[in-house]
Design a protein around this ligand. Structure first.
Ligand code: NAI
Length: 333
């Protein structure tokens, strides 16, 4: 299949090229820009586009793609909040994704953020390099016995349940579809209100949907324990960032770990170190000593990249040979 691959970095090219070794390799054309209304014309004459988390597959963009002959949108990620699925269906465009490439990668990064914040590794790193060996301000707490609230116990949330139970934490979960496996591991399902009220650490692992947009807003934050740790490695807009900033300023949220940000599309995955950041909300977040941000790298392990490349090309093979794909996303998803 002739595939226009958008938002590519050298590492995407490397892993996709290495995996493209079947009997009939796909014709991959790599483009650096994100897919948008302005760049959709690059896909003219390509049967498929391959996109990532911040590419824009809105109704307008999809209509342009369809007019240029594109019949497939292959997401090389799990989330599909950036694709207008009803519009794709109307235009006869198949949407496929990589539902699970390494839940371990994201779960482990989630816990890395928890440990970094708790033990102030980000601050200790700079202190030691500066010859400052004082421990003042670096006091942490034992994770053992802490209550961890996990919102969303799908593939990634379940791995977080496993790891946190390994730390001997009490684990409270909230999910409209409880997973019996979590109960077997000793976790309890509770209402969102109870979870928010009771947890010392709250971590988000639900998808971004109209129902979860700003799930953690000012009201939710107010109901949390003072000094709570909040971690978001899911999608930025699940948190109302302005409400979070107000709570950090008031000292109510004690720690914040983010791998995703509501407006990350204009920032993440690019080297902007020679530019002035224009996003004042993001710039404010960077001023807090108790906030650690990574730039959507939770998925970024060698294992995950290999799986993403293999599954993406496998999805295209399946569509090409059978017209269907097990990893197809339907408009009712
Ligand atoms: P999944 O589909 O296996 O699990 C999601 C779970 O969330 C399901 O159990 C679902 O029932 C639950 N859920 C849905 N609405 C909910 C609500 N309102 N409240 C509580 N739970 C709710 O998805 P998976 O693979 O665990 O991924 C979760 C999210 O992680 C993805 O949607 C994606 O946004 C994000 N992600 C982030 C990555 C990163 O690099 N930072 C990489 C991969 C995924």
């Amino acid at each position: 299949m002739k595939v226009a691959v958008f938002s590519t970095k050298p590492y995407d090219q490397r892993f996709l090229t290495l995996a493209n070794t079947g009997e009939r390799p796909h014709q991959l054309e790599f483009y650096e820009p994100r897919l948008s209304a302005a760049t959709a014309t690059l896909a003219q004459g390509f049967e498929a586009v391959c996109v990532f988390v911040n590419d824009e597959a809105s109704a307008g963009v999809l209509a342009r793609l369809a007019a240029g002959g594109t019949r497939v949108v292959a997401l090389r990620c799990a989330g599909f909040n950036n694709v207008d699925l009803p519009a794709a269906q109307k235009l006869g465009i198949d949407v496929v994704r990589v539902p699970a490439y390494s839940p371990y990668a994201v779960a482990e990064h989630t816990v890395a953020l928890m440990l970094t914040l708790n033990r102030q590794i980000h601050r200790a790193y700079h202190r030691i390099r500066d010859g400052n060996f004082s421990l003042e301000g670096l006091l942490g707490f034992d994770l053992r016995g802490q209550t961890v609230g996990i919102i969303g116990t799908g593939r990634i949330g379940m791995e977080v349940v496993r790891i946190m139970r390994g730390f001997a934490c009490r684990v409270l979960c909230n999910d409209p579809v409880p997973n019996p496996e979590a109960r077997k591991l000793g976790a309890e399902y509770v209402s969102r209100e109870t979870l928010l009220r009771s947890a010392d650490i709250i971590t988000l692992h639900c998808p971004l949907t109209p129902q979860t947009h700003h799930l953690i807003d000012a009201g939710a934050v107010a109901s949390m324990k003072a000094g709570v740790m909040v971690i978001n490695t899911s999608r930025g807009a699940i948190l109302d960032t302005s409400a979070i900033i107000q709570s950090l300023k008031a000292g109510h949220i004690g720690y914040l770990g983010l791998d995703v940000y509501e407006e990350e599309g204009d920032l993440f995955f690019e080297d902007l170190s020679n530019q002035v950041i224009q996003d004042d909300v993001f710039a404010r977040l960077l001023t807090f000593p108790n906030v650690v941000i990574t730039g959507h790298q939770a998925f970024f392990t060698r294992n995950a990249m290999e799986n993403i490349a293999l599954t993406t090309l496998g999805n295209l093979n399946e569509l090409e040979t059978t017209g269907q794909c097990a990893n197809q996303v339907s408009a009712s998803a």
